[in-house]
Design a protein around this ligand. Structure first.
Ligand code: 13P
Ligand code: SF4
Length: 361
């Protein structure tokens, strides 16, 4: 059947019918950046941390993940043996995750660990390949998301004197700043650079940052924050920590997508707020908060999140018995799970899991 040519209503009917057919044997997980139609049909919507937790605890036999590839892979790593994880568009990757591959990270690791005897803890952002998570599992490292980066850095600095963080320079820099690490102690590792960092630079660094970024969050600039503050004195600005440090510093608050949802919802009725994150989430926040004026700081769309749509979701649900599941080697799953479990266990402690600055003015 050609799902691409079915009408929106026909596709929605098919998805609802499949959900009824499978009942408790199916869960649809959706990231906050998914289109509104997908969010409405998802059984659980959250940030990448919340979704990984849900994948780890769900009892459904079939998990359909509406998000980008690294998220579906993480669900497959955390799933039990009797569960299958499907991704409606296996080509929907994350450009940031693609900025670091195993070969490049291994090369950097060899150079860094040769330059110093000090213990280095590798920390990979959730937005990375399963192989890099497995590498961290093997090397006494850990995974973090934007909702728990501070807590993960704390964990890492209790075990080593340096962190090697990949692939998002900006989340790393923004988190390092919270630990009062001076810019001079943050070394930027450029996998495409002409010359490698020197041993003495590696020795004096507390935080080694991979040169990678999110194209969606690089769209938000300091001039945007300055502009809206001038136009709307007293307005609030909330951004994702994948934004550049100067943007994060100029904002009232920053945090994961889930944090942003809660931040906007907790504002006083009548508040004006500018949100620096993916446009599908901002559009939804506008609808969810009719008592506030919610604006985009800029219009920025994640094209690969947008690749998931009603037709590939309906097609997936109608063909669960025929389609390939998210497929990783057993060795990758085991080692990546070690690193993910370290993160999930950390979040069971009582520390807050988001950066909150609800009262800053
Ligand atoms: P969250 O972990 O905040 O959901 O972010 C994931 C992401 O890809 C942001 O660009
Ligand atoms: Fe990747 Fe950025 Fe899209 Fe998030 S918003 S999935 S980091 S490209």
């Amino acid at each position: 059947m050609d799902y691409e040519h079915l009408s929106e209503n026909e596709l929605i009917e098919k998805i609802i019918a499949a959900k009824q057919r499978y009942g408790e044997d199916l869960i649809i997980l959706g990231h906050h950046y998914q289109r509104g139609q997908i969010v409405k049909l998802s059984d659980f919507v959250g940030d990448s941390f919340g979704l990984s937790e849900k994948a780890a605890t769900s009892k459904a036999k079939n998990i359909v993940f509406c998000g980008v590839r690294f998220m579906a892979e993480s669900a497959a790593i955390l799933a039990k043996k009797n569960q299958k994880v499907y991704h409606p568009d296996p080509d929907a990757g994350c450009p940031m995750a693609d900025m670091a591959n195993m070969e490049q990270v291994q090369l950097a690791w060899n150079k860094i660990t040769k330059a110093t005897n000090q213990k280095i803890i590798p920390v990979t952002y959730m937005n990375s390949t399963a192989e890099l998570k497995a590498f961290c599992g093997l090397m006494d490292g850990i995974v973090c998301t934007s909702s728990n980066a501070e807590k993960v850095f704390q964990w890492a600095y209790e075990r080593g004197s340096k962190i090697f963080f990949f692939p998002d320079e900006h989340l790393g820099r923004n988190t390092g700043k919270k630990f009062k690490i001076h810019q001079d102690q943050m070394l930027l590792w450029d996998p495409h650079g002409e010359k490698m960092a020197e041993d003495k630079e590696i020795k004096s660094a507390k935080l080694i940052l991979w040169r990678g970024h999110c194209p969606v969050h690089m769209e938000f600039k300091l001039r945007d924050v300055k502009h809206v503050r001038k136009q709307f004195p007293g307005c609030k600005v909330v951004v994702h920590p994948e934004c550049e440090q100067e943007v994060v510093d100029a904002s009232d608050a920053n945090g994961s997508t889930d944090f942003i949802v809660k931040y906007v919802s907790a504002l006083e009725p009548g508040s004006i707020v500018f949100v620096g994150t993916e446009v599908n989430l901002v559009t939804r926040l506008q609808k969810l908060n009719p008592d506030k004026k919610v604006f985009k700081l800029q219009r920025s769309l994640c094209l690969t999140m947008y690749q998931i749509n009603l037709s590939n979701l309906a097609h997936t649900l109608d063909n669960l018995d025929k389609l390939e599941t998210v497929n990783l080697t057993q060795e990758t799953i085991e080692n990546a799970k070690t690193a993910l479990d370290r993160m999930l266990n950390l979040n069971k402690t009582s520390l807050p899991n988001s950066r909150t600055e609800l009262t800053s003015d």
